[in-house]
Design a protein around this ligand. Sequence first.
Ligand code: HPA
Ligand SMILES: [Zn+2]
Length: 347
Amino acid sequence: MNYDLNSKKVLADFVRDLPKVELHLHIEGTLEPELLLSLAERHRIAMPYANIEMARAAYEFDDLQSFLNVYYLGTSVLREERDFYELTQAYMQRCKQQHIIHTEIFFDPQTHLSHGVPLDVVMGGIQSALREAELEWGISSALILCFERDREAESTVGLLEDALRIGGIAGVGLDSAELGNPPRKFQEVFKLAKSLGLHRVAHAGEEGPPDYIWEALDTLEVERIDHGVRCMEDPLLVQRLLATKIPLTVCPFSNVELKVFPDLHSHNLGDLLAAGLSATINSDDPAYFGGYLNDNIVETMDCLSLGVEDLIVLQKNAIEASFCSASRKLEMNHLLEKYIKNYTPIS
Ligand code: HPA
Ligand SMILES: [Zn+2]
């Protein structure tokens, strides 16, 4: 690399067209106020926001729970298959604009079921938008069914079986309120998922302690940790993550908005990289946290003074950590290397 991305404008241009992979994205967290209000009107559902400005003004959070309250309220406007299709289609359009070539998407079926929306409606809408994006734009994707850790675990085995009958699930995840809800509660359903050849990930070490990361590794046998930023409090855990090459899907804007770090300058992504951990950058819930993947990358690199070499490491980590086939990984690495080799900064 014989150029350096020393100005923010040059950096933003470079990042915009760089082929990228996103691994931590809640589809319900891409619900922009415009779509939220139009779906509320479609279904005659009352929302506490009269307009887009009021909705955005409500997006101020003190912690994970205060965010989840607003996030779950937003999901109540998603009722029909076309709602899920429109939501996913809008995100895939963003992927196209942002040059995201592969994305792995979480969804929260228990929330939709609690609203009386059947699983095939949810999955049907999401999957038709994903299929279309792959056919039209060549964007590959994987769908990850998340269990909400603050709900009971008893019905999750039946839920997973229902999802498998519908088909198209690459793996399972664990999200929602972390504190007081340790991973072991979901051991049975993760064991089943493993026996069925599904991938496994879990949110851990976002607000919760390093012990929850240990537990996700030991009892759920996860292949990636979502967030995981608190691993740095436990040197033995860092050793374990290094030895087993477990990737971390880090979400910088999310961490600042939910007060995990006071600001981006204080984020520990640079330390995670310096420790040799397989960190990646992701947007989590971009409609709520102030930006999609490219904004997360540019602002974080700028605040932490990360260089182009760090960016390439982050992107190679994401390709390697994805649940793609070996041939798709090879293809994505070629695209990345070709872009870097041919890039000429616009001055
Ligand atoms: O950042 C998150 N953490 C936990 N649960 C979530 N559900 C949506 N986003 C999140
Ligand atoms: Zn998340």
